[in-house]
Design a protein around this ligand. Structure first.
Ligand code: AMP
Length: 606
């Protein structure tokens, strides 16, 4: 293992490295820095975020540019505004003893004139998001015709976000003979294509294996019924009192809902997704950075710019559609030499995805059980005891001690301790004492969705009627795709699709019922109203569907009348839904969800 000195960095950089407290180079730095310092070469580096890659390209770039010139010599492209700002900040810190250095960030959502003014003052290095960069080039507010070094950071993310054309356009304004350094966590075909197109015989380095997860992260999965997903999430949080986590959901709507539920249930949580304004997102991120939020619930896209090093847990509330995305998610923890845990809550139908992810990340998952109520009570109690043990006495209390002491004159130390801890313990105990076991045994058929798919179905899935069928050009595959796209669900989340002549049936798990019905409220497809309602035929395949009378339904299709019916009936509609819920499903007795919605003890905030 080399030292930064041995890698050949100059004194200004070594001085800054000492200030930053970096003791030794990380793997990607050890591999990349000597190559980039000692040759003018293109480079493809496969490295996850959090491995120290900014310094891996940052140190050589800072060493190689001429700070006495005001010409822009280095361009770093990054996928998000957050990452762009993070890189700029890091570069400024690394180069703080390089006199005359000016690093400028260019990103959307902020004044373009201010950014242009900064560039005009002479920016040797520009860190930019592709969209704003392209804009500034077309307005001739930047000149990148003389750059010598370009970095494509998180190249896979930039391509995922649709920046391919922007990147191509931007690079067409740069000199042919510059060096290009591409950093990517994964190497999908698109990235390989970009590397081939823009680079000349690049050297390659890999930190870990391609797509592989860092060894600092352990991977765990928890098998539960889909309907218990939210309870499971809360238990995982309660079992880890000092959790500082990102909780990933698949859709913006789920993200918002899970965050809202958590907040309502007393957790310090926040939502981060694309339907929030930039300002709202900034505020959430600010609170998260300051550790004021313990659980940041996020979509994959919104989480791309999260630049926080001490995340203890990543929780996959739902698995991503593209399993490759798991690498990015789990890479949010275990950064900067710390360890982290990536947890996945899965239902039975998703277990096989765990195997696929294991193949990709080349690491094994540990199957763990959702802790039971008493385990959580114990963890909370011991955490409180620890906290008290480590608390420094605040002597402002002294003035009140006389009366407090009087109150406890007759109480022994043992009794006092018991009473003191009972305040907290009883809260959790009352909440959890009747809680059920949320774990599902692997291979069992009860409870999981598999059971729901059997003929006749069970209470875990909901069957719907939809007023489109073969006449509308659907077969079961097309309808499944249509529903999956509309509802932003995974391929396996819509099942038992049965297409009839002019109407059809399909199932989803109960937890998506509200979402399905809300989505298809006053919903028009190709100019006509598409209506979805809960069917009383729970299994499908039988001919006694209430909606299965065919003709009657068919008569009602399309047109304005339908719309009137729908609007006029919206109240009834929800009544009907409630009615069918209570009629066909057993009432939940899980104490996790008792007390109205999700009553739970308030947690102590950080
Ligand atoms: P990055 O992968 O560039 O986002 O870096 C992740 C974090 O690791 C940043 O906060 C860096 O400041 C930190 N870091 C980078 N290199 C080192 C190092 N050699 N030792 C300790 N921390 C580092």
């Amino acid at each position: 293992m080399s030292t930064f000195q041995e890698l050949g960095l100059n004194d200004d950089l070594l001085h800054a490295i000492t200030d930053l407290g970096f003791e030794k180079p990380s793997e990607v730095q050890e591999k990349a820095i000597p190559i980039l310092l000692n040759s003018e070469t293109d480079l493809v580096a496969l490295a996850q975020t959090g491995t120290g890659k900014t310094a891996a390209f940052g140190f050589p770039m800072l060493e190689k540019i001429d700070v006495n010139s005001r010409t822009t010599q280095g361009l770093i492209l990054s996928p998000t505004r957050e990452l762009c700002l993070q890189i700029t900040n890091e570069m400024k810190q690394y180069g703080k003893y390089c006199k005359g250095l000016n690093v400028v960030a260019i990103y959307g959502g902020s004044s373009i004139t201010d950014q242009a003014r900064e560039v005009k003052r002479g920016a040797q290095i520009i860190v930019a998001t592709p969209g704003r960069m392209k804009d500034m080039i077309s307005r001739r507010l930047v000149d990148i015709s003389k750059i010598q070094y370009s970095v494509l950071d998180e190249a896979d993310e930039m391509l995922n976000m649709g920046f391919k054309e922007d990147i191509t356009d931007i690079l067409s304004h740069t000199p042919e003979d510059k060096s290009t350094w591409l950093f990517s966590a994964t190497m999908p075909r698109e990235v390989a294509r970009i590397a081939k197109k823009f680079m000349d015989n690049p050297q390659e380095i890999t930190v870990g294996n391609k797509n592989e997860s860092t060894s600092n992260v352990s991977h765990e999965y928890y098998l539960v019924n889909s309907r218990d997903r939210y309870q499971a999430l809360k238990r995982l949080a309660d079992a880890n009192p000092d959790i500082f986590s990102v909780v990933f959901c698949r859709t913006k709507r789920d993200t918002q809902k899970v965050a809202e539920n958590l907040i309502e249930d007393g957790y310090s949580a926040g939502a981060l997704h694309g339907d929030l304004s930039q300002n709202q997102r900034d505020l959430v991120m600010q609170s998260f950075r300051k550790n004021q939020i313990q659980m940041l619930v996020a979509t994959d896209v919104a989480a791309r710019g999260i630049d926080v090093d001490d995340i203890t847990h990543v929780i996959n509330y739902q698995l991503p559609d593209e399993i490759e995305t798991y690498t990015h998610r789990s890479g949010r923890t275990g950064r900067a030499g710390k360890t982290g845990v990536s947890m996945v809550i899965v239902s039975k139908s998703e277990v096989r995805k765990i195997k696929s992810i294991e193949r990709i990340i080349k690491r094994e998952f540990e199957k763990k059980d959702i802790p039971d109520g008493m385990e959580i009570c114990e963890v909370q109690l011991m955490s409180l005891a620890n906290k008290i043990h480590n608390t420094e006495v605040n002597h402002e209390i002294d003035q009140y001690l006389t009366s407090i002491n009087e109150m406890f004159e007759e109480t022994s130390k043992e009794e006092l301790i018991k009473k003191f801890f009972s305040v907290e313990f009883t809260r959790f105990f009352n909440y959890y004492q009747k809680s059920k076991n949320l774990n599902v045994a692997e291979g069992s058929r009860d409870g999981g969705r598999e059971g729901g798919r059997a003929f006749g179905g069970n209470s875990n899935s909901t069957r719907y009627f939809i007023n489109v069928g073969e006449k509308d050009g659907f077969d079961w595959m097309k309808l499944k795709d249509f529903l999956k796209d509309q509802l932003q669900l995974g391929r396996d989340d819509v099942f038992k699709v049965e297409v009839k002549d002019s109407f059809s049936f399909f199932n989803t798990e109960n937890e998506t019922k509200e979402k399905v019905l809300a989505h298809f409220t006053d919903f028009k497809h190709e100019g006509r109203f598409v209506n979805v309602e809960v069917s009383e035929n729970r299994g499908g395949g039988r001919r006694n569907d209430r909606r299965g009378g065919g003709g009657r339904r068919d008569d009602k299709r399309g047109g304005g009348r339908r719309s009137d019916d729908r609007r006029g009936g919206s109240g009834n509609r929800s009544d009907r839904r409630r009615g069918s819920d209570s009629g066909s499903k057993p009432r939940r007795s899980d104490s996790d969800s008792s007390g109205g919605n999700f009553s739970r003890p308030r947690r102590s905030r950080r």
